[in-house]
Design a protein. Sequence first.
Length: 363
Amino acid sequence: MADAGRIAWLRLARCEGVGPVTFRDLLRRFGTAQRALDALPDLARNGGRRTPLKLCPEADAARELDAAMRLGARLLVWTDPDFPPLLAAADPAPPLLYVLGDPAILSREAVAIVGARNASAGGRKLAEDIAGGLGARGLAVVSGLARGIDTAAHAGSVATGTIAVLAGGVDVVYPPENAKLHARIAAEGAVVSEMPPGFAPLASHFPRRNRIISGLARGVVVVEAAIGSGSLITARYALEQNREVFAVPGSPLDPRSRGTNDLIRQGATLTESAADVLAGLGARPYRGFAEPEAPAAPHGPDSEADLAAARMTILGLLGPTPVEIDELTRRSGLSSGAVLTVLLELELAGRLHRSPGQHVALL
């Protein structure tokens, strides 16, 4: 992708109200990031927005790219051959990734290992052993560089291939005591993030990070997780992305094991070693990566009269109760392109809420 197209892609991803799903739908509707950028103000206004939508200035995007270049980080987007194919096929995929290290490792077969920050000594030892066993069989290990289980997983696989997915910028080390491990992963594996360089992580960004951890891997191993743990969010994302979920059992008296024991009750594979993970993955043979979905050809412009009628129809069918988009399209009798346009307008106006399973509701 030429520099102008890369700048437009980055600008679109950084615009107010544009998350991964909206980004994907905008590309489907308009074909290119630049055409989508040009359409954003009208879309938001047509959806009922009363204040101007905040667009990412071209200068801001250029500065972000320059900062990444100074770090030695690469920006990967869906259309790049080095963008991890398994992650690109996840729905929704992040529009972009910064990579500090070797992008080639992102296309290796991988398993994620996550778990408690306040992990027990036994939990850390087991995570490191599982990571080492998977690495010895040629698999990369993905984790989040957090304290506890994440740190142990990276330590056990840094020599064979590990990927650290961060909630902040690729250059922002958190926790700070992992600075040496971060540097070694960047030198021998890869540190990745969808956030700009220099960005300090906020609590709300860790769940977004977790969907990338699961999206890069064929399966997720959870070692020690309390009820409500962020590691269980990663496991949920794994299920939504059709990945395998593995869980290490523990004492019912230990709160750090209640989440993993619950996962096993719900059908996760009971796991005590790398051999258990390999056996579970072997039950679903690896057939390579699915090709990512290319942006659809831009949908032809609807007349304003047609769109005005479509808005009235969609608003009459939407309410506070979520409805599946396919069902909404069927009930409306409209084309999928018209429905997509109206939903984009409402979302950019801040009037639409999306929920898992392609469901939408009015705010």
